[in-house]
Design a protein around this ligand. Structure first.
Ligand code: GAR
Length: 204
């Protein structure tokens, strides 16, 4: 399964996906990494690992114009699954239609709690005792599509945004690859808001 990974920054989720592939835990290949910011740290990771990467700057373009550029680039690389990995832009309905049920996102909260920016800080400020991450299909709304997998972590009394974010990030790295592997194995059925996970095929 050919992946297109969209990033805006550090790229640690992208790197974790690349690691899962190289360890043989994920049956996929990264066809292209696209960053909307020239300074995205993930671009350095891609270069070091010899993974094709490209910057398509979003500055100055409206959503439809920008998403058209993304769609063309992803199609040019025969991408079958688009993975948003710290990609801090909302995608248009046309983008979502171009890859039906084939766009995933990872978010650092237990959705529907704390969508948007700084999910970990929102959780800490709210005083929840359990936080976590969510991998979900993407629709044209913010952090709102059907949920594939979630992982929970405790919030400790002395947590800072940094310590909680690090605990969540470790779960993000494991959970994202697991969700992608479920799609590679064709084991997800979307029924409205619900995503059913089919059992493993023992003969596969
Ligand atoms: C991750 O924590 C990801 O869940 C979050 O941005 C970070 C990117 O880190 N995404 C969102 O908040 C999306 N709403 P990374 O660049 O190291 O993967």
């Amino acid at each position: 399964m050919r992946l297109g990974i969209l990033i805006s920054g550090r790229g640690s989720n992208f790197e974790a996906i690349a690691n899962s592939i190289s360890r043989g835990k994920l049956d996929a290949e990264i066809a292209i990494v696209i960053a909307n910011k020239p300074g995205a740290g993930g671009l350095v990771i891609a270069r070091e690992r010899g993974i094709p990467a490209k910057v398509i700057p979003s500055r100055g373009l409206d959503r439809e114009q920008y998403d058209k550029l993304l769609i063309d680039e992803l199609r040019a690389h025969d991408v079958e699954l688009v993975c948003l990995a710290g990609f801090m832009r909302l995608l248009s309905a046309n983008f979502v239609k171009a890859f039906p049920d084939r766009v995933l996102n990872i978010h650092p909260s237990l959705l529907p709690a704390f969508p948007g920016l700084d999910g970990q800080k929102q959780a800490l400020d709210y005083g929840v005792k359990i936080a976590g991450c969510t991998v979900h299909f993407v629709d044209e709304f913010l952090d709102s599509g059907p949920i594939v997998l979630q992982a929970a972590v405790p919030v400790l009394d002395d947590d800072t945004v940094e310590s909680l974010s690090a605990r969540i990030l470790a779960q993000e790295h494991a959970t994202y690859s697991s969700a992608i592997q479920l799609i590679a194995e064709n084991r997800l059925v979307i029924e409205g808001r619900k995503v059913r996970i089919l059992p493993e095929n023992p003969s596969a």
